[in-house]
Design a protein. Structure first.
Length: 74
């Protein structure tokens, strides 16, 4: 059976999957929990990245993801 969620196309599935779940959640009560879970996952990933240019693209994507979550929280 084919996965229609598009997760195979994610460059950083470890934190992008929870982000997508938060963005796509329509239930307001579930949305808050998903946003919080995605935020924790993203912040944990930021903490594990070593300083340097080799992770520049992912750091930028993580920053963009956090901005998206802030919008969802408003």
């Amino acid at each position: 059976m084919e996965d229609s969620s598009g997760n195979d196309d994610l460059k950083y599935p470890g934190w992008q999957k929870p982000l997508l779940e938060a963005v796509l959640e329509l239930d307001a009560h579930k949305s808050k929990a998903r946003v919080a879970a995605a935020e924790i996952t993203i912040c944990n990933r930021l903490e594990t990245l070593s300083p340097g240019h080799d992770h520049h693209a992912e750091r930028q994507a993580l920053d963009d993801a956090l901005r998206t979550l802030r919008i969802l929280k408003t």
